[in-house]
Write a protein that binds this ligand. Structure first.
Ligand code: FAD
Length: 378
């Protein structure tokens, strides 16, 4: 599918697709096998400006439109899911600043983040507050020149290598979601930020996630916007992030479908390429249809985002559909590979393991349905 974008953006995407095929794809199996942190690709990605693709040029970013950003993430995820996960977690942190911080804070952190000189993390989830982050118990107590933040976070992508983290914590315990504020914490320069070893996960083994314990001080100027605006910022960031999750899901599903098409033409059974069997042709047709639908829903969300209107429902449609369709597409692709698909000699089992998280993080499928239903019933 060709996405609506300018000629300049098309040139950037062509370059990213080449980089994905020539640099990322050949390393993807090793990253998975060795659980190698995908930050190994950070210098090359920084060199190309990829860490700032989502940021406007005034902060040193490329300022891609929604459709072009989607195409970029899709290409990267199709080559290496772990690398796309590391990259999009960085975007969650920089989007938090872009959408929630004042100019001074943006100017302090975004240019280095866009240049890939600093890596970001987005710290919202807590052990007792995942699907309903307003239940968080991390608390920031105002003191003389800033805040003391105490609490714990879990499953925070990139935290172990992060130069800055956007940490969400309550400043008012009794105000529910309106009591949440957001702060930049620089873990490498701040005492009292304890990061556990990375979790052992089913897939995206190079997209490392960490638990964090915080008992640290941050200056007042590290707060994003006014007290109590953090939850709103996080929800806006996730509206955006969910389109990127849809892009990751579609990228991996498209890689699985392409592998299945090639294999079906080559694999001979009973003197025929298996592509001759109508049962398999229909699987490929169903997958192609679902890929097209996933991309169309994501474009609808990306275009609406660009128009400045609210797009929470559209972004939920895109994430929900793409993450669930991607599972079916990769499963069919593995089936078409027969027993070989089940081995580690082929990437199909990795695709399935990597894909599984997209139905869980940045709001599970159940939460996406809740968002959509709320929009319908409002
Ligand atoms: C690999 C990975 C990377 C991650 N990266 C980050 C990150 O960078 N930053 C960050 O902040 N978080 C991150 N997360 C956390 C992730 O966003 C949460 O795991 C997710 O939101 C679900 O929260 P939970 O695990 O607490 O599940 P729970 O909230 O305990 O949910 C358990 C089950 O209950 C269902 N459920 C919950 N509420 C409802 C409801 N109202 N209606 C119906 N069903 C419901 C859920 O859908 C789920 O099936 C990451 C997680 C993983 C595994």
């Amino acid at each position: 599918m060709s996405y609506p974008m300018s000629d300049d953006e098309r040139a950037v995407i062509d370059q990213i697709e080449r980089f994905a095929a020539e640099v990322l794809a050949p390393q993807a199996a090793r990253i998975d096998e060795d659980s190698l942190f995908a930050t190994v690709h950070l210098p090359a990605m920084a060199e190309m400006g990829l860490m700032g693709m989502n940021l406007p040029e005034e902060y040193g970013g490329i300022g891609l439109s929604g459709p072009a950003l989607y195409a970029a993430v899709e290409a990267i995820a199709g080559a290496c899911g772990s690398t796309a996960s590391m990259l999009t977690a960085h975007f969650l942190a920089t989007d938090s600043l872009l959408l929630g911080a004042d100019d001074a804070l943006k100017e302090r952190f975004l240019p280095d983040a866009a240049a890939g000189k600093s890596l970001g993390a987005f710290a919202l989830t807590e052990p007792q507050a995942g699907s309903n982050p307003a239940d968080m118990s991390s608390f920031a107590t105002a003191d003389q020149d800033g805040y003391r933040i105490k609490g714990s976070k879990c499953f925070i992508s990139n935290a172990g290598a992060a130069d800055f983290m956007v940490v969400y914590a309550k400043t008012d315990r009794d105000a529910g979601a309106r009591g949440v504020s957001a702060f930049v914490v620089e873990p490498k320069k701040t005492n009292g930020v304890d990061i556990a070893p990375n979790e052992r996960t089913m897939g995206l083994k190079g997209g490392h996630v960490f638990g964090i314990t915080l008992d640290c001080h941050v200056p007042a100027e590290n707060r994003l916007g006014a007290e109590g605006t953090g939850f709103k910022t996080a929800m806006k960031v996730l509206d955006n992030g969910r389109i990127e999750v849809a892009a990751q899901a579609t990228g991996i599903a498209a890689a699985a479908q392409n592998a299945a098409i090639s294999y079906a033409k080559e694999r001979m059974v009973g003197g025929h390429p298996i592509a001759d069997f109508q049962g398999l042709q229909w699987m490929l047709a169903d997958s192609a249809t679902e890929l097209a639908a996933a991309r169309a829903l994501a474009m609808q969300a990306a275009v609406k985002r660009g128009s400045g209107q609210r797009y929470s429902s559209e972004s939920a449609f895109a994430k929900l559909y793409a993450s669930e369709a991607a599972w079916r597409i990769a499963d069919r692709a593995l089936q078409i590979h027969g027993g070989y698909g089940y081995t580690r000699d082929f990437p199909l089992e990795r695709y399935l393991r990597d894909l599984r998280i997209f139905r869980i993080y940045e709001g599970s499928s159940e939460i996406q349905r809740t968002i959509i239903a709320r929009g319908l019933l409002a």
